[in-house]
Ligand binder design. Structure first.
Ligand SMILES: NC(=O)c1ccc[n+]([C@@H]2O[C@H](COP(=O)([O-])OP(=O)(O)OC[C@H]3O[C@@H](n4cnc5c(N)ncnc54)[C@H](O)[C@@H]3O)[C@@H](O)[C@H]2O)c1
Ligand SMILES: O=C(O)C[C@H](O)C(=O)O
Ligand SMILES: [Mg+2]
Length: 604
């Protein structure tokens, strides 16, 4: 009887069929636990994604250690064999729960919580306990879970980081660590790191300087690298550079966990970042670093300093440029126009910081490839900052901003004045200033164009330049709309308007997949352009009224982005690992995507 019971339980633990493309190709390393497959690190065997070979996860842990490690823990889902093999019999409840039931239970807990911050707290503590289950739920319920662990709730979590802190995740490099970073990096327990997302907390979403609390952003971004791009969760590292904060309220808060001093600046700051970059690349020469939410005065200089020296990019400048361009190209299709007609667009951009400039420069690169001369392309743009239009006579502009200065309208002209004169076809918002797209400006825009393209891209929700329903209503339902943060679909005059989210999350996970799988050595603007074109083409068949597929399809979008990026890399000689002979590039990238599955645990 006991034997039958046990057999039944074991059978109920057979591998779920939902993730048939399981493939783990991690090289052996000296860590206590790792996946083993019969392929080498690049899968150069007769393995196709459709016919996965069973993999196991080998661990040196025994007993309680297995339960305490979020990579080996399965809660109540350990099979009987695993309980025997790893000495955990009796340490977990007697019922062997299925992965499906576990996921269902997590989801019901999320639904039962009403406060977004409590949902965030619950999910991050799940991540701390059981990474596989966390990612399973995130991937299967992307549209529900992503807004909790990513934008917009991650903004709230960053503001309240000192309140919800439970246990550290990632690494902190503070101004008091100067001189020690090259040894500190060895405190990180994983021998291999593929992706680092680093912030200095100086411009978190549209929320300003949040100092060391900014660590939540790299944590959220990396969760999406794993869920969207299939990056191995053991190979990601969130980092905050704590150079102080100019946020006085935080400095006075006794619970604040960062350095409660003003930020270091100038040469001192750049030397600090330099030491960090040298330290991470000395330990992980192949790691990709994503700069995230650095304030404008340092974002461009850091990118210019490191883009040719290290494998890195700035998410707010480059990925945002790519996804905004993708949105514009997709909007051309919705308006029955060709990609070439991007050259005719008249673009007003509210916000002339890292993201605004990154977006406009990316669109200019596309216009140039479509035939415009550089100076002609710049003439298609009108940029505004907190002082109004960037016009002749303005002082204190950065070199990139200076290229956009206009002389057809006075410096400091308001949005309404600019819209009235320019009659823009596209209105972009990257200002972090909630409500900056006034009703007057949008109604004026709608007078002159049939399908006004309105993209309030600032995050989180309260910082969007207008809401989805405002844009739809003020244009009489004619707007082509996309927002940085998620908005619900809008009902207007008995019609449902599906809302597209234009967020760099559509871009960076795929970039990470291409870089790690193909061992790309250098990230170029052409890769971001190729990604934009690929994303813009995705929607044509299935999502006619949306600019591109919803976030629930992020894994597929990321695969497409990775393919486009890798194609450019191979063409330009910037990729050093090739797919095995029997696989297409697409199959290879798919095979390299980590899947949330409980591979059988086997002791070393
Ligand atoms: N959707 C996305 O994927 C995405 C990506 C990156 C950034 N963003 C958002 O873009 C916003 C800006 O980011 P950033 O890195 O460029 O910040 P930034 O600080 O570098 O630049 C902000 C710019 O907005 C201007 N500004 C501020 N208030 C304004 C106002 N009332 N009217 C007009 N201009 C104003 C500033 O002068 C500056 O030029 C943030 O809210 C961020 O969340 C969205
Ligand atoms: O984090 C996001 O949601 C997008 C972007 O990187 C931002 O800074 O707003
Ligand atoms: Mg950002």
């Amino acid at each position: 009887m006991a034997a039958t019971w046990r057999t039944t339980i074991c059978q109920s633990n057979k591998a779920p069929t939902k993730y048939p493309k399981l493939f783990f190709a991690t090289k052996l390393n000296r860590f206590s636990s790792h996946f083993i497959s019969t392929e080498d690190a690049y899968g150069r065997e007769d393995t196709t994604p459709e016919k996965p070979k069973p993999s196991v996860y080998r661990t040196r842990h025994r007993g309680m250690e297995v339960i305490q490690d979020p990579f080996t823990n399965r809660g109540a889902a350990f099979t009987w064999d695993e309980r025997e093999r790893l000495g955990i019999r009796g340490l977990v409840p007697p019922k062997v729960q299925s992965f499906d039931i576990q996921a269902e239970r997590v989801l019901s807990r999320v639904d039962a919580l009403h406060d977004p911050l409590n949902k965030y707290d619950f999910l991050v503590s799940l991540l701390d306990r059981n990474e596989t289950l966390f990612y399973r739920v995130l991937i299967d319920h992307f549209e529900k879970i992503a807004p909790i662990i990513y934008t917009p709730t991650v903004g709230l979590a960053s503001q309240k980081s000192q309140v919800i802190f439970r246990r550290p995740r990632g690494m902190y490099f503070s101004k008091y660590d100067r001189g020690c970073m090259n040894t500190m990096v060895y405190n990180w327990p994983q021998e291999q790191v593929d992706v680092i997302v680093v912030t200095d907390g100086s411009r978190i979403l549209g929320l300003g300087d949040l100092g060391a609390n900014g660590i939540q952003i790299p944590i959220g971004k990396l969760a999406l690298y794993v869920a969207g791009g299939g990056i191995d969760p053991r190979r990601v590292l969130p980092v905050v550079l704590d150079v102080g904060t100019n946020n006085e309220a935080l400095r006075k808060d006794p619970w604040y966990l960062g350095i409660a001093e003003p930020r270091i600046t100038g040469d001192e700051y750049f030397r600090f970042v330099d030491e960090f970059m040298e330290a991470v690349y000395s330990r992980w020469p192949q790691v990709m670093v994503q700069f995230e939410d650095f304030a404008n005065p340092v974002a461009y200089p850091l990118l210019e300093t490191y883009r040719d020296k290290y494998l890195c990019f700035n998410d707010d400048i480059q990925s945002t440029g790519s996804i905004a361009l993708a949105s514009i190209l997709a909007s051309l299709r919705l308006r029955g126009m060709t990609n070439r007609e991007i050259c005719k667009e008249r673009i007003v951009c509210v916000g002339a910081g890292s993201a605004g400039l990154g977006v406009c420069e990316t669109i200019i690169q596309c216009m140039e490839r479509e035939g415009l001369r550089s100076h002609q392309a710049y003439r298609q743009f009108w940029l505004l900052d907190d002082k109004g239009l960037l016009g002749r006579g303005r002082v204190g502009l950065t070199p990139t901003q200076a290229r956009f200065v206009r002389d057809d309208l006075p410096d400091g002209s308001s949005l309404e004045e600019v819209v009235r004169t320019v009659k823009p076809t596209i209105l972009l918002g990257l200002s972090g200033a909630g409500g900056a797209f006034t009703e007057a400006a949008i109604r004026e825009m709608a007078k002159h164009v049939e399908r006004p393209v309105i993209f309030p891209l600032s995050n989180p929700v309260d910082h969007a330049e207008c809401t989805a329903s405002q844009a739809i209503e003020w244009t009489g339902g004619r707007a082509i709309f996309a927002s940085g943060s998620p908005f619900d679909d809008v009902e207007y005059q008995n019609k449902i308007y599906p809302i597209t989210q234009c967020n760099n999350v559509y871009n960076f996970p795929g970039m990470g997949l291409a870089v790690t799988a193909c061992r790309i050595t250098h990230i170029t603007d052409d890769m971001f352009l190729a990604a934009a074109r690929r994303i813009s083409a995705l929607s044509a068949d299935h999502h006619k009224q949306q600019l591109f597929p919803p976030l629930s399809e992020l894994r597929n979008v990321s695969l497409q982005v990775a393919t486009a990026v890798a194609e450019v890399a191979y063409e330009d000689g910037l990729a050093t690992a090739e797919p095995p002979r029997k696989m297409t590039l697409h199959q290879y990238l798919l095979s390299r995507m980590w899947q949330p599955q409980y591979a059988p645990l086997v002791p070393f």
